[in-house]
Design a protein around this ligand. Structure first.
Ligand SMILES: C[S@@+](CC[C@H](N)C(=O)[O-])C[C@H]1O[C@@H](n2cnc3c(N)ncnc32)[C@H](O)[C@@H]1O
Length: 222
C-alpha cells in the first residue's frame, strides 16, 4: 500500500528548488555546525550515510573531506536537487521511519541526520537502525529541536520526553528532552561525545527563535 505523503514531505517537495537559498536567507547553518563537530572523528575514504539528506547541505562537507556519501530521503524533489550537485555516491528515496533501513549490519563508518528528527515523535526505531548499520567506533550525529528548561517543566524527569509544538509555517514539530537523548545513548550502546545548543530562526518575527541541539554520539567498541 502506498502511504499518503506526510505534510512535511509535501512541503519539502514544494520548496526543494529554493531550499538552499532559504537556508542562507534565514542564516540557517546548523548543518555546518554538525559537520564541524564531527570533523575530528572522520577520515578520507570512510563511508557516511545521511538520513534525510535533502539537498545535501550537511553531507557535501563530508564529501569535500573525502568521505563516500550515501543518502536517503523521502522527498523526491529534494533528492533531485541533491543529485544535481553530484557529490553523493548513491541517493535513494526512502522513508527512514520504515524500519529496517535497507543495509546490512556495520555497513557505514558514520551516520548523520541533520534537521530531520524534529519531524518525528519517537526517535528510538530510527536510532536503533542507525546504530545497527553503523560500524563500531563510528559516529552517529544528529539534531533535535530541544526542550527549553521552561518547556520541559514537570516532564523533565519523565518519558516520553518530548512535546508537540506548533510552528509559524504550519507544520508542528517535536521537541525532545535531554533525558530522551540520554535514553537513546544508553539503549543503543552509544557514548555522547559532544552536544551544542544552536538557535535557529523560526521565520516568524513574533515566534522568535527555535532552540536546536546538535549531538555527536559514538558507537561503543565491544
Ligand atoms: C530540514 S531538511 C534537512 C535536509 C538536510 N539534512 C540538511 O541538513 O540540510 C529535512 C529533510 O528530511 C527529509 N525527511 C523528513 N522526514 C523524512 C522521512 N521520514 N524519511 C526520509 N526523509 C525525511 C525531508 O524530505 C527533507 O529533505
Amino acid at each position: 500500500m502506498t502511504m499518503a505523503k506526510t505534510n512535511h514531505i509535501k512541503s519539502h517537495d514544494e520548496f526543494a528548488r529554493t531550499y538552499d537559498s532559504q537556508a542562507k536567507q534565514y542564516n540557517s547553518y546548523v548543518f555546518e555546525v554538525l559537520f564541524g563537530m564531527c570533523y575530528e572523528f572522520v577520515k578520507p575514504g570512510e563511508s557516511l550515510l545521511d538520513l534525510g539528506i535533502g539537498t545535501g547541505l550537511s553531507s557535501v562537507h563530508f564529501a569535500r573531506a573525502g568521505l563516500d556519501i550515501t543518502g536517503l530521503d523521502e522527498s523526491i524533489e529534494m533528492l533531485k536537487e541533491c543529485g544535481k550537485k553530484g557529490f553523493a555516491k548513491e541517493i535513494k528515496q526512502f522513508n527512514i521511519r520504515d524500519v529496517p533501513l535497507p543495509y546490512p549490519d556495520n555497513t557505514f563508518s558514520h551516520v548523520v541526520c541533520c534537521g530531520v528528527f524534529h519531524f518525528f515523535a519517537d526517535l528510538l526505531p530510527t536510532c536503533k537502525e542507525a546504530c545497527r548499520i553503523l560500524r563500531p567506533a563510528g559516529i552517529l550525529a544528529f539534531t533535535i529541536a530541544s526542550l527549553t528548561v521552561e518547556e520541559a517543566g514537570s516532564d523533565r524527569g519523565s518519558m516520553p520526553g518530548y512535546i508537540k509544538a506548533p510552528t509559524a509555517w504550519g507544520i508542528p514539530i517535536f521537541k525532545h528532552s535531554d533525558k530522551y537523548v540520554n535514553k537513546i545513548a544508553a539503549t543503543y550502546g552509544l557514548t555522547i561525545q559532544k552536544e551544542q545548543k544552536v538557535l535557529a530562526d523560526s521565520g516568524d518575527k513574533d515566534a522568535g527563535d527555535i532552540l536546536f541541539k546538535v549531538i555527536v554520539m559514538q558507537k561503543t567498541v565491544s
